[in-house]
Write a protein that binds this ligand. Structure first.
Ligand code: NAP
Length: 293
């Protein structure tokens, strides 16, 4: 078994971005600037956004956090998005999900200018991704592709099973893994909560990507010997041995699955760190007008 080490890869990628940003600065170019909109102060979103902002600082990029209380109106939020769209100093924009129930997330995502949509959630970017056109690919799937590339994992002709069909992870992942390029060219099965015989389907996977948000769901009996196992899940579970009283757990039961897997991502220290790197890579592209001129 080989660990797909997100901690190692992310520090490598961050160093590469830092060098690129320093070069842009030396050349008198535009320093990439990521803006995050955060609504409310729910613990997890707060932590995610804080680590995204901190990572930007670490690589020399600019970052701005725009905060609203839970009772923000949809129109106020849409106006904030439009303001960022119209600000030439701001290159990339993310709106941290989930949003309060009275705000329609699709309307918010559709208001972000595709050229600043570094999370790749705008329908234009999703459509362009499906067609294989230049676009921003959503950060988590892009981080997984980067991981497969950097570990030189063969994907062509393999059976890739994706568990979970969310708009931000499972669905784009399934589209990307079937594309006629590397990493891709897989035969893909996209599964969800209504899928029958899920353990059988998982057992036939050469590459298994679990993104369902059910801690420890994938057990050893669901995994083929030597499979590549990518664990996207990230949930807090009670853990009396930790000072905080909780631990972060993935969708894969790492202890039982690791001895059987060819490659496996740990949680934490796997996909999550790659997601932040993708966001920064996309913001650099946005500042350089690489995707949309
Ligand atoms: P989501 O929107 O809640 O979607 C979950 C998907 O899993 C749905 O498609 C659901 O099926 C499916 N599912 C739920 N229970 C299932 C079951 N028993 N069997 C088969 N499929 C099942 O989740 P998400 O936003 O994609 O997030 C998934 C997990 O990834 C969460 O733990 C989240 O925290 C984590 N995550 C991590 C990162 C990262 O950077 N590491 C990024 C994003 C998300 P239905 O469609 O039928 O309901």
């Amino acid at each position: 078994m080989q660990l797909l080490d997100g901690k190692f890869l992310s520090s490598q990628i961050k160093s590469e971005i830092a060098i690129e940003v320093a070069q842009i600065k030396a050349d008198g170019g535009k320093i990439p600037h990521l803006v995050a909109i955060l609504v409310g102060n729910a613990g997890r979103s707060e932590t995610y956004v804080a680590s995204k902002m901190k990572s930007c600082e670490e690589v020399g990029m600019h970052s701005t956090l725009i905060r609203f209380d839970d009772d923000v109106t949809e129109e106020q939020l849409l106006q904030a998005v439009r303001d960022v769209n119209n600000n030439p100093d701001m290159d990339g924009l993310i709106v941290q999900l989930p949003l309060p129930k009275h705000v329609n997330p699709d309307r918010v995502m559709e208001t972000i200018a595709p050229a600043k949509d570094v999370d790749g959630f705008h329908p234009t970017n999703i459509g362009r991704m499906a067609k294989g056109l230049p676009c921003y690919i959503s950060a988590t799937p892009q981080g997984i592709l980067e991981m497969l590339k950097r570990y030189e994992i063969e994907t062509s002709g393999k059976h890739c099973v994706v568990v979970g069909r969310s708009q931000i992870v499972g669905l784009p992942m399934s589209i990307l893994m079937q594309r006629n390029e590397y990493p891709g060219n897989c035969t893909v099965t996209l599964t969800h909560s209504k899928t029958q015989n899920l353990p059988d389907i998982c057992r036939s996977a050469d590459i298994l990507i679990a993104a369902l948000g059910r801690p420890g769901f994938v057990t050893a009996d669901m995994v083929k010997e030597g499979a590549v196992v990518i664990d996207v899940g990230l949930e807090k579970v009670p853990d009396a041995t930790k000072k905080s009283g909780f631990a972060l757990r993935g969708d894969v039961d790492f202890e039982s699955v690791a001895p059987k897997a060819g490659y496996i991502t740990p949680v934490p220290g796997g996909v999550g760190l790659m997601t932040i790197c993708s966001l920064m890579q996309n913001t650099v592209k946005a500042a350089k007008r690489e995707v949309y001129s």
